[in-house]
Design a protein around this ligand. Structure first.
Ligand SMILES: *Cc1c(COP(=O)(O)O)cnc(C)c1O
Length: 434
């Protein structure tokens, strides 16, 4: 392809993607759409600058406005999460975790956390899996005992294992995170045995900020790490909140530890999204949880094996469905995508034991964050469950279902829980031709 053709083709593909998104239902639990003001911030000159070091003590010139924005972002983050200190420099959730491991542990130390099959994230993984904790920082990993019925950490077994293993770090949090983790129940035991207690809020930061899930920093966690683009609908970025005593260690392990350029356009976007979360986040988070429960209930009533029916399916944005009797997760993920319903396959805790593999696991994971952001409520969740039933159970042609999905999606094009804007959720912002 000639350079100009490649240039045009890339821009065309971006436009195609935007056009497609307008007609889809996105249920990826780790995704969301930021507000137009955040997208605007992401296009600014902040994205072309460096500002190494703390605000006011940068090792680069040209930072007077950048400094003010970062200080404002830190202030807003402390307010939203009621935290003593915030570091907004990690450029992703993985780096927020890596910086925290660096601040609190030495290579060779032991961390307890969930396995990937039980919802743990690759950044918590062992060396042999190539996980960040093991492969990059050299931590030894011991898994937290897991109660598959309750889809949560088994408190009694975890107490015993903490006493036995004496980990240096106990890490809560997960990528399949339907119910609050027992931080309060386990933090004291962990600290008595010499562990630091950390909570990875990547998935649930928006729910925590909106007072809907749990409050880790009050329950015994010393540090809370997170991504800023999952239930918190901000730019793709990372964040660390912590106790005052840990400020120096955390800041140093972020810079110069794991970050040089900290993506200043994203920091500005984060300020905007946290300001919106302070204004609208409580209503947003509470509707997300209502919608996730409604989606779980509707799928369950249509015969799907939604996990944890006795617990109301979820207390967060996410539900997990065992679809093994309809075929594997990979195949369903594909046919649903052809119907313009976007979600992802997911390992169930017992998949490996039953001979299934992460490439075609027995589960699918559905999140309600993005559809809620577009103004959908409980009755729309029932419509979505019906579309899924038509593809998975009735085995209707995905393309036929897609027509109805596209028509349905047309009604939900505006960002809710944000300050007013004329730009719609998936509009392509064209700054080249205009
Ligand atoms: C998504 C996720 C992360 C990593 O976040 P990125 O921003 O993608 O780097 C870390 N921990 C958990 C539990 C996650 O789900």
């Amino acid at each position: 392809m000639k350079p100009k053709e490649a240039f045009d083709r890339t821009r065309q593909l971006l436009k195609n993607h935007h056009g497609w998104m307008k007609g889809t239902i996105n249920l990826i639990a780790s995704e969301n759409v930021p507000s137009p003001a955040v997208r605007e911030a992401l296009t600014t000159d902040f994205g072309n600058r460096y500002a190494e070091g703390p605000p006011g003590e940068r090792v680069y010139a040209g930072c007077k406005f950048i400094d003010e924005v970062e200080l404002l972002t830190v202030d807003l983050a402390k307010q939203l999460f009621n935290a003593e200190h915030a570091n907004v420099q990690p450029v992703s959730g993985v780096l927020a975790n890596l910086a925290t491991y660096t601040a609190l542990t030495e290579p060779g130390d032991t961390m307890m956390c969930l396995s990937v099959a039980c919802g743990g994230h690759i950044s918590m993984g062992k060396k042999k899996m190539g996980g960040t904790a093991g492969a990059v920082h050299g931590l030894r990993i011991e898994y937290l005992p897991f109660d598959e019925e309750k889809m949560n950490i088994d408190v009694d077994e975890a107490q015993k294992k903490i006493a036995e293993v004496e980990p240096d770090l106990l890490l809560f949090g997960a990528s399949v995170f339907p119910f609050p983790h027992p931080v309060e129940e386990l933090a004291d035991t962990a600290k008595e045995h010499g562990a630091h207690v950390v909570f990875d809020s990547a998935h649930v930061a928006g729910l925590i900020g909106g007072n809907q899930f749990q409050d880790p920093l009050r329950e015994g966690a010393e540090v809370m790490t997170g991504s800023t683009h999952k239930t918190l609908p901000g730019p793709q970025h990372g964040i660390i909140l912590c106790k005052r005593e840990l400020k120096e260690d955390i800041d140093r392990s972020v810079f110069p530890g794991v970050v040089s350029n900290h993506h200043l356009h994203a920091v500005a976007g984060l300020a905007i999204s946290i300001a919106e979360a302070l204004e609208f986040g409580q209503d947003y988070a509470s509707q997300i949880v209502k919608n996730a429960r409604a989606l779980g209930k509707s799928l369950y009533e249509r015969g799907f094996d939604v996990l944890c029916p006795d617990l109301g399916f979820t207390s967060s944005h996410v539900i997990l469905v065992d679809i093994s009797r309809y075929g594997g997760g990979r195949d369903l993920e594909k046919s649903l995508e052809q119907a313009d319903i976007i979600l992802n396959r997911n390992l169930l805790p017992w998949d490996i034991r039953e001979g299934r593999h992460y490439k075609n696991p027995g589960g699918i994971r559905l999140g309600a964050s993005e559809v809620t952001r577009l103004g959908m409520k409980e009755k729309e969740m029932d419509r979505i469950a019906e579309f899924i039933e038509r593809v998975v159970v009735d085995e209707e042609e995905p393309e036929t279902v897609a027509k109805d999905v596209r028509q349905f999606a047309q009604e939900y094009q505006d960002i809710h829980f944000a300050f007013k804007s004329a730009v719609r959720a998936y509009d392509y912002i064209d700054i080249y031709s205009s």
